[in-house]
Design a protein around this ligand. Structure first.
Ligand SMILES: CC(C)(COP(=O)(O)OP(=O)(O)OC[C@H]1O[C@@H](n2cnc3c(N)ncnc32)[C@H](O)[C@@H]1OP(=O)(O)O)[C@@H](O)C(=O)NCCC(=O)NCCS
Length: 151
């Protein structure tokens, strides 16, 4: 596969909603996605398969002063566990270094073992817990990666 990371825009709205629906049961509404894709402080990246122009993975993040807050990351279920998540998150980590931000934060559901294993493999550490954070009552772990370090 010939894959490339691109900045997503409103023309990718349908792809974003499709991956959101298929991988996370649709956590954001259409208007939330529209905002994510147009707001100047958001970094919204996608992995595109060059031959088919299909979007296979998405990562959205906010730049808040000297931190990056990842708000969404997902790979299309048919393409998971092939290194695409790593490709996307490595790109955000690289951008974080070039933007001179100090760290990346994100929240993950405490029972999302696949995502927890993924973030651990990417060097993220648990730095907090938010009880009863999600609509279904589950807790969120707050994960962090310092990007000004070599790791
Ligand atoms: C989490 C997610 C983005 C990871 O993307 P991915 O492309 O499947 O992950 P990668 O193939 O890049 O995996 C990189 C490493 O993460 C770890 N990992 C990923 N999926 C894993 C799983 N199901 N079980 C155990 N380890 C896993 C492994 O160490 C893996 O390296 P390896 O394959 O060489 O062993 C993807 O599984 C996904 O979209 N999940 C559903 C949406 C979601 O939960 N998003 C996170 C919300 S906070």
């Amino acid at each position: 596969m010939n894959l490339k990371i691109i900045q997503l825009g409103t023309m990718h709205l349908k792809d974003c909603m499709d991956i959101d629906q298929k991988s996370l049961n649709g956590i954001w509404t259409q208007s939330q996605w529209e905002k994510e894709l147009t707001h100047p402080k958001r970094i919204c990246l996608g992995i595109i398969e060059m031959e088919t122009k299909k979007i296979l993975g998405i990562c959205s993040a906010w730049l808040v002063i000297d931190e990056i807050q990842i708000t969404f990351i997902a790979v299309h279920p048919l393409y998971q566990r092939r290194g695409l998540g790593k490709f996307l998150l490595s790109d955000i980590i690289k951008r974080s270094k070039s933007l001179q931000t100090n760290s990346i934060y994100l929240e993950v559901k405490n029972n999302n073992e696949q995502a927890k294993a993924f973030y651990k493999s990417m060097g993220f550490k648990t730095v907090g817990i938010r009880s009863n954070f999600y609509k279904d009552g589950s807790d969120a772990l707050v994960l962090n990666k310092e990007t000004n370090k070599k790791s």
